[in-house]
Ligand binder design. Sequence first.
Ligand code: GLC
Length: 806
Amino acid sequence: MRYGHFDEANNEYVIERVDLPTSWTNYLGVEDMCAVVNHTAGGYLFYKSPEYHRITRFRGNAIPMDRPGDYIYIRDNEDGDYFSISWQPVGKPLDQAKYTTRHGMSVTTYECEYKGLKASEKLSIPIGDNALIWDVVITNQSDKERDLSVFSYAEFSYHHVPIDNQNFQMSLYCAGSEYKEGTILYDLFYEEEGYQYFTSNFEPDGFECLRDEFIGIYNTETNPKAVERGSLTGSFEKGGNHCASLQKNLRLKPDESVRLIYFLGEGGYEEARAIKEKYNTPEKLDEAYSALKKFWQDKQRCFAVKSPEKGVDVMINTWTLYQAEINVMFSRFASFIEVGGRTGLGYRDTAQDAMTVIASNPKGCRKRIIELLRALTSSGYGIHLFEPRWFLPEEEKEKKKKPFKSPTVIPEPEGASKVHGLADACSDDALWLVPSIVEYVKETGDFEFLSKEYGYADGGTGSVYEHMKKIVLFSLKEVGDNGICKGLRADWNDCLNLGGGESALVSFLLFRALICLEETATYTGDLAFAKELSEKIADLKKSLNDTLWDGDWYLRGFTKSGRKIGTKDNKEGQIHLESNAWAVLSGAADEDKAKRALDSIHYKLATPYGIMLNAPVYTEPDDEVGFVTRVYPGLKENGSIFSHPNPWVWSAECRMGNGERAFEYYKSLCPYYQNDSIEKRWAEPYSYCQFISGKDHTTYGRAHHPFMTGSGGWAYFAMTHYMLGIRPGFDELVVDPCIPKSWDGFEVSRVFRDATYNISVINSEHVEKGVKKIYIDGREASKIPVFAGGEEHAVDIVMGLKGEER
Ligand code: GLC
């Protein structure tokens, strides 16, 4: 069953049937302000922090689902009937009203046609402004004049979400509202400069600042008292619960339209005045839309593919790029699942995200990398969850610090308590950062970055290069009885809690980090260190293959008492995806073992919806293995199709030359291909979800937790770097595709260090992998060099077997 379609020309997903089984999400804003919105205008707005600077309130995990939001009610004053432009909250029967929702890149539009009226509400946050704009157009399509009242509604939140949910004796008495000259002011009295405004481009006919006056305490957003009555009372108060409702009365002649623009923003009367002034004509707002469009087009231009598969083109050029970028922008804590109870950055997630979109967002990725460098301890492990602000150098901190301490000030742990000890360290966290740094340098050519100095979380400073060394030295040192890296609190799998037990995955990640560091040392001329590293790499390769090979696949690790995890001798959790994917992808696996390990994944873990994390599922708690054994079978880390590591397998398959299988896996997980089976998937078909229920669960095939997941970034990275095979080198652009045999080739336009490479891959021999010839501007070449910024070159790649391989 389908609920909508991809509109490729407009980079939108169009939802035609709005009674979806769950919220389909979009993100508005590309800088400091962000709105998380769903298909029925439910959602919330925040500035910088979803936890500490929440602007609108949200009732998570409640019924009716995902309310309140940014609502416009239109009331026909002749008969008192009213509807909302988004299907919810009024929820007119779908056979009486026609609703459409368009989620685009940083823009969402709700449309409705009801009883001769056509209305749309377009939400966006323009670049350079800290305001959510509601752009409303109402057209009278009937043949009689209409007497209408239009009401806006948003519910303000106390900035500090934990207090807003726990401590009403505070939140109810220190936030107030007032109205002056068309603007509603929400005042967070305990905060200096704590104001939000709501205003419009018209002279309102009424206002309501008190939520309970608007809704009525025995009503809901579906049937607000004020809209039923058709008028607002002009309420405001110091203390209480506040909302933003402006009323506009209109008479619309047949075919007449009106455009009403609302602004919900950061700041007080002055900011409200300024934004009204800035957008005092609809054309100026249209310019803001063009700027947002250009913002995304510039990113899309960095890697634009035309392949034989529409699903690849639509996802890579638009949606997966978008998802990966959103993760870098807003981290993981703003969604309909994480509703603002946490804030900051998770070390491992951010380190991986920051590797995935460096081509389209070098500045944003660099910023994240620096935040992670500063959150590294001098012993070489990362602070698992942190606020970047904690580790800013004192001078920068001072600039940001507000002189005023309010009870809602963001709690900041003192000194040493920000830095957790080894027992709380996750053994994989910092290992993800090393390849991300190297990828950053390769993509940008910013070699100087390696010698830039940054502080450590617990004091002292070191260059980026030294930070990288500390990371690998930590993992080389923290090994268990079998010589494999310790698991500590967890590795990538949050629920595998091995403590002093050992994690094969982490050893393979260490192997990959060592290779990245060795490559960097060699390239930058640190040859003695490079030699030392290559010896270590060779030793490690041997010992990992000796210690971790189980016959048909690699182990997942050892418990503290020395029991094997992920062996054929286990009854449950015999085989795990992570260690096997990384054994191959890191390059550590011996060739024959690599092939067998991938075959084992195929036969034991692959499903039509993607690859399961482990099998058979755990049913018996085993605390030496960890929390994974206490998770319901088929959900989350216990045998679900956990999306994030799926692209690791695609990439590993590409490393081994299996383009057919990599692509088969790509298609099985890729949401695009599930557009027509939403009765099973539930979630949106334009974003990857954190996990899909596995075989052992009654909801097998259902996708959970969209957008904020490492699978967006990794799917993008695996497709662009391994399957299409276009990746940066220190002094070249590498094109080494691994594709299905049936493909005749594909084209990619790629911006690399400010030059444009128009790449055309020809696969007339129908191989899966192998580059036979490279032509640059028609001339044969042995590699693709770095061209000067601004240049444009044609790169033709001929795939096929070289003479000796035939
Ligand atoms: C969640 C976490 C991520 C972790 C994964 C597996 O997605 O955000 O850090 O690696 O679960 O446990």
